[in-house]
Design a protein around this ligand. Sequence first.
Ligand SMILES: NC(=O)c1ccc[n+]([C@@H]2O[C@H](COP(=O)([O-])OP(=O)(O)OC[C@H]3O[C@@H](n4cnc5c(N)ncnc54)[C@H](O)[C@@H]3O)[C@@H](O)[C@H]2O)c1
Ligand SMILES: O=C(O)C[C@H](O)C(=O)O
Length: 358
Amino acid sequence: MQQPTSGANQRIARIAAHLHPPTLQIEGESSGLGRMDCRAKGGSPGFKVAVLGAAGGIGQPLAMLMKINPLVSVLHLYDVVNTPGVTADISHMDTNAVVRGFLGQQQLEDALAGMDIVIIPAGVPRKPGMTRDDLFNINAGIVKTLCEGIAKCCPKAIVNLISNPVNSTVPIAAEVFKKVGTYDPKRLLGVTMLDVVRANTFVAEVLGLDPREVDVPVVGGHAGVTILPLLSQVKPSCSLTPTEIDYLTDRIQNGGTEVVEAKAGAGSATLSMAYAAAKFADACLRGLRGDAGVIECAYVASTVTELPFFASKVRLGRAGIEEIYSLGPLNEYERTGLEKAKKELAGSIQKGVSFVRK
Ligand SMILES: NC(=O)c1ccc[n+]([C@@H]2O[C@H](COP(=O)([O-])OP(=O)(O)OC[C@H]3O[C@@H](n4cnc5c(N)ncnc54)[C@H](O)[C@@H]3O)[C@@H](O)[C@H]2O)c1
Ligand SMILES: O=C(O)C[C@H](O)C(=O)O
């Protein structure tokens, strides 16, 4: 067998050190104890993104999609289980972002330090027969702890909150941030992008269009009747029959349940959600970069209705949310839907607020 040259030896030694890092020091940063650094050099321009719950059904494909995003230079993957494997795996992708893994509560602060965007899909998913609100007891505490970490380590980060029930977890996050004095409503966004993704898909099917050409605003919140597709505002403009409107509204409002039932106990939407979360995070990153006209629906602190939180179209920019758009003209069907949505949302918001204030 041919002996490697001394140049080759050096290269192999460098790769070996890379695979089994002693205590790697990132340039300009202190290395967390026991942290998994999968590349010692970073420094290329771009944003720093953390995924909390990165080893989960959403977390893993979402981490992969964020690793592909050219706007991301550093990707931190945090979970209470399995991040070493997920981090090693994703770090082999030949894209720009430097990937680092963080395992367990004692590494949460290292995972969050210096982040520009924190995406949170941590928490338990539904099983058939459950509502999203049935997840409150477990997920409320998880979101509270993670947001306490954000307030301490990256209070200026944009937070994309995915964990259910979103209608309550966003108010929980706001209360945590208020308590410690770091709350900036422009930087806290509940991710309702999956409702828009579903609405675009289902409406495109009915109209016989390419879903990429369809834009359906979905407002309100992210559970059952609080998910309110504005089918009178579909672009390109179209006319749907009352039967089509009933079918589409019901399918969009129950898209999550459709997946939960099809998975039959193995969880809820993960792949379409990872796609939707990556699409939404990309919009936030483009806003941060200063791109003009970045507009998406999200569940945010709002004065669009009398409720303190509501999902509608928002414009994203360097400061996070730069403008919140009103709902526009609604037809009678949508006005009735709006009243139902507000009634349920009010209770969910109050439940989240009380959880932190208790
Ligand atoms: N907003 C939406 O549109 C939307 C869509 C789909 C799912 N969800 C919600 O997203 C959440 C996650 O769903 P999933 O399918 O990925 O679940 P999952 O069980 O597959 O993954 C959740 C991950 O969170 C981790 N986790 C648990 N406690 C944690 C903690 N304290 N800190 C960090 N990580 C922790 C778990 O270890 C797990 O890896 C659920 O609450 C689900 O209802 C929201
Ligand atoms: O339905 C769920 O429980 C998950 C998620 O909120 C979804 O809409 O798919």
